[in-house]
Design a protein around this ligand. Structure first.
Ligand code: PMP
Ligand code: GLN
Length: 394
């Protein structure tokens, strides 16, 4: 299969990525969009003002390749303040065009054709695409629903002489799982034993609701074998700004930076200034964002339960998973395709996050990063499903 054929096959019949396709469908049908994960309210006003101010102040030309020094310093300070991790802002921090570019640049920088990358499945869609673009091979290790616990024996069994990278994601999209210390320790011990480099996607690091987020790099033996990826998009509710970053040892950062410079060269100068302001916010302001989202999660979970849906536990992120088998539906993809016309709600079929969904075929992901009234409206429509009524024309 060519790389293009592989990428298209991963879209499972949608014209573009599932997220773009479903957001377009939401607009076309006037549906409530609980598909693509983006908030419908702005984040902290200071951060948004800082972006406007940066444009007015003339920060509109190419910034330095690794990111403006003030942002690299702010990222290093953040890692120190929250996690006690020390990074040299000049040699160990790289600013990227969102986490998406950081992931792509990492795969392209480190993988040779035929190398294997172990990932947790369900798998955020850009991982499999980036791995394919690098000519590498994805080795999924499934987090089985509904608990989504890590099976370290399965990870161990997936390690082969061709393993180049192990990639994890916590808090995890789409399941909402936050890996606990025992699971992360097991990964760290395996990585040290087998001398593996681990890529950790922590874009939802500030959206862990029920258990503290533990960065993998804080575990013994991990700091210099871990590539930590994060992004401002979720923390500050600005997913459209695409400011992400990598923290890693100098050698790994150099490798990723070498690739990044020929993907986008640099990115969004004024937004980088704004994220300096964001990362300088007092901790309670960032906690407020998480508290608000936790309330939204509880609201949607309670609504979905009241609508008779089978809701899986969610400890973080923007997302809740339901099993529509409880509605007598076996195919989440067909369910999501029909949902906008049936009741005016858009959701994402979780099957798109699996190489072979198998028993996960009936899972569906709903985003709760929306205003309370929007979630209420969606729940009212979903109740109609379980009562087999169809939305009357507006
Ligand atoms: N990783 C995960 C797990 C995500 O959910 C997302 C979605 N935004 C990304 C990476 C990409 O982040 P960004 O928008 O910063 O590129
Ligand atoms: N991370 C968000 C999600 O999972 C948005 C993804 C995207 O638009 N590529 O829905």
């Amino acid at each position: 299969m060519t790389r293009q054929e592989y990428l298209v096959s991963r879209m499972r019949g949608f014209d573009t990525t599932i997220f773009s396709e479903m957001s377009a469908l939401a607009v076309r049908t006037g549906s409530i969009n609980l598909g693509q994960g983006f908030p419908d309210t702005d984040g902290p006003a200071e951060v948004f003002e800082a972006a406007v101010e940066a444009i007015r102040a003339g920060h509109n030309q190419y910034p330095p390749g690794r990111g403006i020094p003030a942002l690299r310093q702010a990222i290093a300070d953040h890692q120190q303040r929250y996690y006690g991790l020390t990074y040299d802002p000049d040699r160990e921090v790289l600013v990227t065009a969102g986490a998406t570019e950081a992931i792509a640049a990492t795969m392209l920088a480190l993988c040779e054709s035929g190398d294997e990358v172990i990932v947790l499945e369900p798998t955020y869609d850009s991982y499999s695409a980036s791995i394919a673009l690098a000519g590498a091979v994805l080795r999924p290790v499934t987090l089985h629903h509904p608990e989504y616990r890590l099976d370290i024996d399965a990870v161990r069994a997936a390690v082969s002489p061709r393993t180049r990278l192990l990639m994890i994601n916590s808090p995890h999209n789409p399941t909402g799982r936050v890996l606990d210390r025992a699971e992360l320790t097991a990964i760290a011990e395996l990585a040290v034993e087998r001398d593996l480099i681990v890529v950790t996607d922590e874009v939802y690091e500030h959206l862990a609701f029920d258990r503290a987020h533990i960065p993998l790099a804080t575990l013994p033996g991990m700091r210099d074998r871990t590539i930590t990826i994060s992004s401002a998009g979720k923390t500050f509710s600005c997913t459209g700004w695409k400011v992400g970053w990598v923290c890693a040892s100098p050698a790994l950062t150099d490798a990723v930076a070498t690739t990044k410079q020929f993907l986008t060269y640099v990115n969004g100068a004024p937004f980088q200034h704004a994220i300096v302001a964001g990362l300088a916010l007092p901790e309670n302001r960032i906690e407020d964002i998480a508290t608000n989202l936790r309330n939204r999660r509880d609201q949607l979970r309670d609504g979905l339960l009241a609508a008779g849906l089978d809701v899986h536990p969610c400890e973080g992120t923007y997302f809740l998973t339901v099993d529509v088998a409880s509605l007598g539906e076996s195919d989440g993809l067909a369910f999501c395709r029909a949902l906008p016309e049936r009741i005016g709600v858009v959701a994402i079929p979780s099957s798109v996050f699996y190489l072979d969904p198998g028993p996960a075929r009936s899972l569906v992901r709903f985003a709760f990063c929306k205003q309370a009234a929007v979630l209420d409206g969606a729940v009212r429509r979903l109740v109609e499903l379980s009562t087999h009524r169809v939305r009357s024309p507006a």
